[in-house]
Design a protein around this ligand. Structure first.
Ligand code: MG
Length: 297
């Protein structure tokens, strides 16, 4: 059911010339309500993604292009990543927790509470080289029943958290966000980018062991930013509105890749990580690029 639509690149800075594609934006699948959480799993050559309001996890197989339902119900999954051991780490908005799928298929809960109180609804997650798990906790899964289970928040605020790889302790590492959402580490792991959807900006922190320092605004966006990823040149890709915004490492908006629908998140994949996957409203899109995503593994 793959359809192709013209890719629309909007160049705002001449440095965007390094970011090109083959002009073909493929719609790999459609029929969701709000797709999110794209993750390419290299060992299996498949893409996992969430269809949050329909409460399911889907899998697109690169070998034959088929899409199957991997989990349903799925406790309203949102963002996911892969750790250095190749295990998938998932935010479950409905279960209000972050969990890891082990190689034998069992589940390990990594975080569900902070200071004894239930998290709001974890949204997106990254794992650093030391095995620490960093995630955001806005309230989208508890404000209504549409993307989770309606409930009163137990925590006063929406924070960014870190799970210590040695002790499993959950620590709030940034507590001055309104709606923390997508996040990504820099290529060398020394900086963490975190989107604040309500404030329409992306902030950058220095990673100092288990803590964050700084946190200045890295870029303002013209829509509420959601998912974030980084390419090997250090460019920061942010989903906002109906476009992916590509930022230079110095924060300059270089250009946009426009999609036919409102975008939520993105993932680099394929063997060379030069195939970009985008979750956008009802669909999942893909395009081959001249740039490569930074490895997660
Ligand atoms: Mg998100």
């Amino acid at each position: 059911m793959t359809e192709t639509v013209p890719a629309v690149y909007e160049r705002l800075d001449e440095r965007f010339a390094a970011v090109r594609g083959d002009g073909r934006l493929e719609r790999l699948w459609t029929g969701g309500r709000w797709t999110e959480g794209p993750l390419y799993v290299p060992a299996g050559r498949y893409l996992l993604f969430s269809d949050i309001p329909n409460d399911r996890v889907l899998r697109w197989d690169e070998a034959d292009g088929s899409v199957s339902v991997l989990e349903s119900p799925a406790r309203y999954p949102n963002g996911r990543t892969i750790d250095r051991q190749g295990r998938v780490v998932t935010c479950r908005q409905g279960a209000r927790r972050v969990e890891r799928t082990e190689h034998d298929g069992s589940t390990t809960v990594l975080a569900d509470r902070w200071r004894g109180r239930r998290l709001n609804s974890p949204n997106d997650v990254v794992v650093s080289a030391d095995g620490a798990v960093w995630f955001t906790d806005p309230p989208y899964g508890i404000t209504t029943d549409y993307e989770g289970e309606r409930a009163d928040p137990e925590i006063d605020g929406c924070h960014v958290y870190r799970v210590d790889p040695a002790t499993g302790d959950v620590t709030a590492v940034a507590t001055d966000f309104e709606r923390p959402n997508g996040l990504a580490l820099s290529v060398d792991g020394t900086h963490l980018y975190v989107a604040d959807t309500h404030r329409r900006h992306l902030r950058v922190f220095a990673v100092d062991g288990g803590r964050l320092a700084g946190g200045e605004v890295f870029a303002e966006l013209d829509g509420g930013p959601d998912g974030v990823r980084v390419d090997t040149a250090g460019r920061v890709w942010v989903a906002a509105g109906e476009a992916l915004h590509v930022l230079d490492p110095d924060g300059t908006l270089l250009g946009r890749l426009h999609l036919p629908e409102e975008v939520s998140n993105l993932a680099f994949g394929g063997r060379k990580r030069n195939r970009l996957f985008v979750t956008a409203s009802t669909s999942v899109y893909s395009i081959l690029l001249t740039v490569n995503g930074a490895p997660l593994l």
